[in-house]
Design a protein around this ligand. Structure first.
Ligand code: B12
Ligand code: SF4
Length: 507
């Protein structure tokens, strides 16, 4: 069959914490499996669905029409990655316009006017909030979770024209309200994933690499840790499953040799845990003499000198540390299973091995008080005074995370309807309660932000709600004009400078 896979993600705030649009790792992986089963597959990036006005829809129709002109699909798959659109809506009073589902729904509508091929949605955002997509975009099918086995099964069934068999993770609009009961699809043996079809993404360098991009490579799935806000348990499960190391290296080689790229991002939820596996990946890179540069997100609990040395030798040029807080009380309430001593040790190891890093914190989530935030800021002032630290104000609560049960038990979230319905009913107030931000202080957000702004004073510290603003032209979130990124910095945060280096360090 002819299968057209569309990447709907266009979050490309290259100069912000959102980063350049990541290459569609999920679609590449799916395309590899589908092609090996004899299907003719294309992967395309959509652009015009996020243009601000409905009057732009003819542009979208033309863009999709051109795609269909060169390849008539029997099935269309749309990958939905981020829940939020990270751009200024054209109508700020319409809640759905803050969500990528609004834009992906345009894709579905336009395809419907151009062809009658069945449309399947999937991807991380779809898997976390399927009802929002099913109710607003109305695809024929959705697949919750990892689709390397379920999508081929669906395609086979559609080709055979028979009644659909039971397929893991498969959902349709009629079951939208019962989505919690559907187990996400999961590939037990990642050998079945093989090597992704990186040659099928067109315009790869321009879309995803030039201007600071990193090519996504996954070495494993799953995470056994218990951070309360995290969706990994739903998306990938709690047990590690490892890809064959030969497949990982073969995929990097294929990207390097066919696309001329040499910068990679290990997209495992945490690259360095378990340490043995991370060491194995570093050794394999060295043995294969890949001569590449790479970055990853790492947990402070698993950084040894031996690993840091191996990472550095194999081409690591930057890491993102994700302690989420630097107060022991909050580390506990966020379920982080570490203390600030371990965070400080991890920082010391990275410094010893001269590995640049940035650090991410979530401010105002469950257990956070003014005192704990000051503790965190003190720690950052002591250990990270001149480093890049990204402070995200508010913990986003999704109904598949532990923080949801907690926020409900505290009465912070007391909505009686499912999240998707709140969004579609334009209920701003109820939806706002899913952004957990010092709810017990009962102070307006602006007041709290002014206070946090006053203590968030490092010269290279970013406070998301203050420092990320919509670009006046495109509406995409970007950094405030006084925060500059030096041209060609990889990763972007290495080149971060404030033009008004105004601040005193620490609290
Ligand atoms: C690595 C990563 C990043 C890296 C990406 C680096 C790179 N160059 O690729 C960085 C750090 C830059 C990043 C940034 C962001 N990320 Co991120 N990221 C991830 C992470 C850990 C892995 C994504 C990945 O590549 N997976 C590997 C591929 C193979 O899997 P996959 O894409 O899920 O695809 C599978 C399925 O989803 C499905 N599928 C996918 N497409 C389709 C299509 C169809 C038709 C079907 C049927 C199935 C299907 O099948 C695929 C194969 O199994 C995920 C968490 C996670 N564990 O998934 C978060 C995640 C995707 N990120 C998320 C977010 C929010 C962001 C940011 C907005 C964060 C921020 N505030 O800055 C930005 C946005 C970036 C952008 N421009 O879009 C969210 C998205 C959902 C949400 N809550 O909105 C996730 C899920 C984490 C979370 N909080 O829950 N991210
Ligand atoms: S936040 Fe990271 S370390 Fe914590 S549970 Fe999620 S994937 Fe694992």
């Amino acid at each position: 069959m002819n299968i057209l896979l569309i990447n709907g993600n266009i979050t490309r705030c290259a100069k912000s914490g959102y980063g350049l649009t990541p290459a569609p790792a999920g679609l590449t992986s799916l395309a590899g499996v589908l092609r090996r089963r004899g299907h003719d597959v294309r992967i395309r990036q959509a652009f015009s669905h996020v243009l601000p006005q409905e009057e732009d829809l003819p542009l979208l129709r033309r863009e999709l029409g051109e795609l269909l002109g060169e390849f008539y699909p029997d099935v269309i798959g749309i990958s939905c990655r981020n829940i939020w659109a990270a751009r200024r809506p054209s109508n700020p009073l319409r809640l759905i316009e803050y969500y990528s589902a609004f834009y992906d729904a345009r894709l579905v509508r336009m395809f419907r006017t151009l062809c009658s091929s069945p449309i399947v949605m999937g991807g991380t955002a779809f898997s976390i909030e399927p009802a929002l997509y099913l109710k607003s975009a109305k695809p024929d099918f959705g697949i919750i979770g990892e689709a390397e086995e379920s999508l081929p099964a669906l395609v086979d069934a559609l080709q055979a024209g028979k009644e659909l068999p039971a397929i893991d993770g498969l959902i349709t609009e009629s079951a939208a309200d019962a989505w919690h009961a559907i187990q996400p699809a999961r590939v037990q043996d990642l050998a079945a994933v093989g090597v992704g079809a990186c040659d099928l993404v067109n315009n790869f360098r321009d879309c995803y690499y030039e201007g600071g991009g990193f090519v996504p490579i996954q070495t494993k799935r799953g995470c056994p840790m218990d951070c309360i806000y995290c969706t990994a348990a739903r998306l990938e499960g709690k047990c590690y499953r490892f890809r064959l190391i030969n497949d990982v290296i073969a995929e990097m080689l294929a990207y390097r040799d066919t696309r001329g790229v040499r910068h990679f991002f290990f997209v495992d939820s945490t690259f360095n845990h378990p340490i043995d596996h991370a060491l194995e990946v570093c050794d394999a890179i060295l043995q294969a003499r890949l001569q590449i540069e790479w970055i990853a997100e790492v947990t402070p609990v698993a950084i040894s000198d031996a690993l840091a040395a191996a990472m550095k030798r194999s081409g690591c040029i930057g890491l993102t540390l994700t302690p989420d807080s630097c107060s022991n009380r909050v580390l506990k309430s966020y379920g982080k299973n570490m203390d600030t001593k371990q965070v400080a040790e991890a920082i010391a190891v990275l410094r010893r091995h001269k590995i640049p890093f940035d650090t991410c914190l979530i401010v105002g989530g469950p257990g956070e008080t003014r005192e704990t935030l000051v503790e965190s800021m003190d720690f950052c002032g002591k250990h990270l005074a001149n480093d890049v630290v990204r402070f995200y104000d508010g913990m986003i609560v999704t109904s598949c995370s532990k923080s949801y049960d907690l926020a409900r038990s505290e009465g912070v979230i007391n909505a009686t309807k499912p999240y998707a319905d709140l969004v579609l009913d334009n209920d701003f107030r109820a939806v706002k309660s899913y952004d957990y931000f010092f709810p017990h202080l009962k102070q307006p957000r602006k007041q709290l932000m002014d206070w946090i702004g006053g203590v968030c004073t490092g010269p290279r510290w970013l406070l998301a709600g203050r420092d990320y603003v919509p670009d006046p032209q495109s509406g995409e979130l970007t950094l405030r004009p006084e925060i500059q990124i030096a041209e060609g910095s990889r990763p972007w945060w290495k080149g971060l400078r404030r033009t008004n280096e105004r601040r005193t360090i620490g609290v």
